[in-house]
Design a binder for this molecule. Structure first.
Ligand code: IPE
Ligand code: IPE
Ligand code: MG
Length: 250
């Protein structure tokens, strides 16, 4: 039986830092690449689990801008795995009416990976039942730099006014402009850091850290994370008393 409370709201958007593939593989006496392969299996099952639970948006941190500094063989294997994953998942995503998006500097990905990704994004762009976003070659700091550059260009051209800039307007320049902020961010493998993931968007997110390595993460673990989220009170700067008076906040 699920530990999720049916009387409480569930997160609309979950972001996951899928960490621990390498350590999982080491524990099993396997290569890091085998760990990534097993991690991809987890990714598949967690996408299904999120849909079953009723989460509307899932964002997966799959490759950070810093991950390019890993050994070349690992980077190449990750890019191949990603391409394979996207091509294999495309049918299922289309069948389930899932819209795929990507955040990050996508144009810097290797040709084949980029093409597979762009084609899947294009083919699913009219789907509206569910939302999957992959963070690839993603860095929150790069995202801010890209947004500042785009806004400044518009300001210089005169199509945007600096004095009118506020968070709402600025957030339209972020890669995440079409998706809501994450309500819950999960990181597996025991690390308790964000590693440059959605720094701006997680201003009011809840965090859930688990020791479980990503290849071992199951629907039951996900349900535990959701149940933990449900036990929290999100106050957004208000007092607990103010929150209690707002029925929609349960
Ligand atoms: C997460 O697992 C996958 C990526 C970062 C691509 P890791 O590869 O970081 O696994 P650990 O942290 O070395 O165990
Ligand atoms: C963050 O994990 C990136 C992904 C999960 C894709 P890392 O394993 O790269 O993060 P650090 O280096 O431990 O902070
Ligand atoms: Mg790691």
């Amino acid at each position: 039986m699920s530990v999720i409370n049916p009387d409480k709201s569930i997160p609309r958007h979950i972001g996951i830092i899928m960490d621990g593939n390498g350590r999982w593989a080491k524990q099993q006496g396997l290569s890091r690449i085998k760990g990534h392969r097993q991690g991809a299996e987890t990714t598949r099952s967690i996408i299904d689990a999120c849909q079953d639970i009723g989460i509307e948006h899932l964002t997966l941190y799959a490759f950070s801008a810093e991950n390019w500094n890993r050994p070349e063989t690992e980077v190449n294997a990750l890019m191949e795995l990603l391409e394979f994953f996207i091509e294999k998942e495309l049918k299922t995503l289309s069948k389930k009416n899932v819209r795929l998006r990507a955040i990050g500097r996508i144009d810097e990905l290797p040709n084949r990976t980029r093409k597979a990704l762009k084609s899947a994004i294009e083919k699913t762009k009219n789907n509206d039942s569910w939302n999957l976003t992959l963070a690839l070659n993603y860095s929150s700091r790069d995202e801010v730099i890209d947004a500042v550059k785009a806004f400044s260009t518009a300001a210089v051209k005169g199509t945007r006014k600096i004095e009118n800039l506020d968070w709402e307007r600025f957030s339209k320049y972020l890669y995440t402009k079409d998706i809501p902020d994450p309500d819950l961010i999960i990181r597996t493998s025991g690390e308790t850091r964000l590693s440059n993931f959605l720094l701006m968007q997680s201003a009011y997110s809840e965090f859930y850290f688990t020791q479980t390595h990503w290849p071992d993460f199951t629907k039951t673990h996900l349900e535990e994370a959701v149940a933990s989220y449900q036990r929290r009170e999100r106050r957004f700067g208000l007092t607990g008393e103010q929150i209690e008076k707002t029925p929609a906040s349960t």
